[in-house]
Design a binder for this molecule. Structure first.
Ligand code: C2E
Ligand code: CA
Ligand code: CA
Length: 563
């Protein structure tokens, strides 16, 4: 096959168009791809002047000079690659990559060959991508990237003046739950409606952008931007008192807002955004549906939480957690009837840490779910161990002793909770009746209706349920009656005020009487003195725990001290 035959084959197989020009720029060859690219058939194209008919006028000079350098004998055989527009037969344009090259080598009669590659689709795709990069396609709001540009410009425009640029970081409270219960399409509808309602409140010059899934940003600029932002936050809270109609569902939602303003310390876009984010996080942690203005302490809390979170992950993986046990005493006979499991963190540097220093973070991050599962598993295994070695062990024997385990609000909301409890029971020799799960009053009152369903399911496993820290929350008596509860644990703050003439006395007496009327057993928490014990016995309290009897201890030490 001669080289020109090979060339012809390459042309007909190529996705690029090929055109051959004569020295007067007449078209002498026109490949099939050139036909589809321009719409001109070969017969019509041949004989036309390439510059007059095909190439856009704007590219003429460049291309002529390229051809000049190829044909002037300097040895240049191929032009640089250009992007040019060409006319199509229907009167439109196509954007093409364009290369000219010498044909002399192949054919002494030949002059110039042209390769053309259609890149208009590619370019349209790129533009669509760039647009999506700057715009959120769902809500049609500016994207995070666009917002950051605007914020940077605003900061430059306002100069180093304090407080003339404010960023509001908005997070939708419990959006994940809404998305899961209503479905993602409804979730999308909600986001669109929320963005519209936000837009309707803004001043024309404020900028609203979508930051991520359920987070938005607002940029306020101008004199006293902080005050404006706070006013805006209040208006937003008001506007969200009205419901949203999603499909046929009427839903209510609220926002957590963080506000950060420009200052000498925070004068760049990234810092302002991070500050507003931290303030929003703070508002969420305070229960949501509120705004917080950024302060330095907020950042310190966020950093502290992030570092606790990271090391808590490690603690769980590396087995740094421990379970301590505190005896629960039956007051009539004054003997142990069970133990409460209380988690500790054997921190490699800081030693044994109490739950107060890490349970709140575990709650916020959801780590409490795997931690709680682990504690439950450990606790269920322990009763056998104790029963075989304790004085008065007949009361702790397999059918009588109880083990009390704390459940957090997060665990109540965990869809796997029932399976987790079932599995823990199956892996131990406990009778379900021996396991008492403790739930604080405030965890129950977070969402009483949902909690009620979970409690009923737990009850159906045969376990017993206790309300922990009773008296510190606001459970109404109606709920107390409706919840399938077996035990009330009176918070230690009341026990420590328990002298016969103190207010603690009246409250504890009332609680014990009420509990007995409802058929519940009562545990007094935090008993530290003999006096307290005596009064509790007089008041007919059923059980007690506290330092007076024993502190929480690791299982080995507990066995020793009780033996
Ligand atoms: P809680 O469930 O109310 O546990 C009782 C707390 O009172 C324990 O604190 C215990 O050491 C302490 N205590 C017992 N007797 C006395 C006393 O006589 N005087 C005083 N002042 N305190 C006494 P601890 O172990 O530091 O636990 C604190 C809280 O952390 C627990 O309160 C519970 O809410 C939470 N917690 C502990 N372990 C777990 C767990 O495994 N899961 C969950 N979700 N929470 C846990
Ligand atoms: Ca407890
Ligand atoms: Ca308690």
């Amino acid at each position: 096959m001669s080289s020109s035959e090979l060339f012809n084959r390459a042309i007909s197989a190529s996705f690029d168009a090929f055109v051959e020009l004569s020295s007067t720029f007449m078209i002498v060859e026109w490949s099939r791809r050139a036909e589809t690219l321009t719409g001109w058939h070969r017969e019509d194209a041949i004989g036309l002047n390439f510059f007059d008919t095909v190439l856009s006028h704007a590219a003429r000079d460049e291309v002529l000079s390229d051809i000049g350098s190829i044909t002037n004998g300097d040895g240049v055989l191929i032009s640089p690659q250009r992007e040019v527009n060409i006319h199509t037969k229907d009167g439109g344009f196509s954007l093409v990559q364009f290369i000219c090259f010498s044909l002399k080598e192949m054919d002494p009669e030949g002059f110039i060959g042209v390769w053309l590659r259609d890149i208009s689709q590619e370019r349209r795709d790129e533009e669509a991508l760039a647009a999506a990069y700057l715009h959120d396609p769902l809500t049609n709001l500016p994207s995070r990237t666009m917002f950051m540009y605007q914020l940077s410009y605003a900061l430059v425009r306002q100069g180093a003046t304090d407080g003339n640029v404010a960023v509001l970081f908005l997070g939708i409270d419990r959006f994940k739950g809404l998305n899961e219960s209503l479905g993602h399409q409804a979730g999308d509808q909600a986001l669109i409606q929320i963005s519209k309602r936000l837009l309707s409140i803004l001043r024309p010059r404020d900028i609203l952008a979508r930051f991520s899934g359920d987070e938005f940003l607002i940029l306020c600029e101008g004199l006293a931007a902080t005050a404006t932002a706070i006013r805006l936050a209040k208006r937003i809270a008001d506007a969200f008192k009205r419901s949203f109609l999603i499909g046929s569902e009427e839903i209510y939602t609220s926002l957590s807002l963080g506000i950060a303003t420009s200052s000498k310390e925070a004068f760049d876009a990234e810092t302002l955004l991070a500050n507003a984010d931290a303030a929003m996080y703070h508002a969420k942690n305070k229960g949501g549906n509120r705004y917080e203005v950024f302060r330095e302490e907020i950042m310190a809390t966020v950093i502290q939480r992030t570092s606790v979170e990271a090391s808590l992950h490690r603690a769980l993986e590396k087995g740094e957690l421990r379970v301590y046990f505190q005896p629960v005493i039956e007051l009539k006979e004054e003997h142990i009837i069970g133990v409460e499991a209380l988690v500790r963190w054997a921190h490699p540097e800081q030693g044994i840490l109490n739950p107060d220093s890490f349970i709140p973070t575990a709650e916020e991050t959801g780590l409490i779910v795997p931690i709680g599962t682990w504690v439950l598993g450990e606790a269920c295994k322990v009763l056998d161990l104790l029963a075989t070695s304790l004085k008065g062990s007949e009361n702790l024997s397999n059918s009588h002793g109880v083990i009390e385990v704390n459940l957090s609000a997060r665990q109540i909301g965990d869809p796997n909770l029932i399976t987790t409890v079932e599995r823990a029971l199956r892996n131990s020799r406990l009778h379900p009746n021996q396991l008492i799960l403790e739930i604080t009053e405030s965890a129950l009152m977070d969402d009483p209706e949902a909690a009620l369903d979970v409690l009923k399911e737990l009850k159906s496993l045969g376990v017993r349920l206790a309300i922990d820290d009773f008296g510190t929350g606001f459970s109404s008596l109606t709920y107390l009656q409706r919840f399938p509860i077996d035990v009330l644990k009176v918070d230690k703050s009341f026990i420590s005020e328990l002298s016969e003439d103190g207010t603690g006395y009246v409250i504890v007496k009332a609680v014990i009487d009420l509990a007995h009327t409802l058929g519940l057993e009562v545990v007094a928490e935090g008993v530290e003195t003999e006096d307290e014990l005596r009064i509790l016995k007089d008041l007919d309290c059923d059980m007690a725990q506290g330092f007076y009897f024993a502190r929480p201890l690791p299982i080995a030490e507990l066995k020793e001290s009780l033996a």
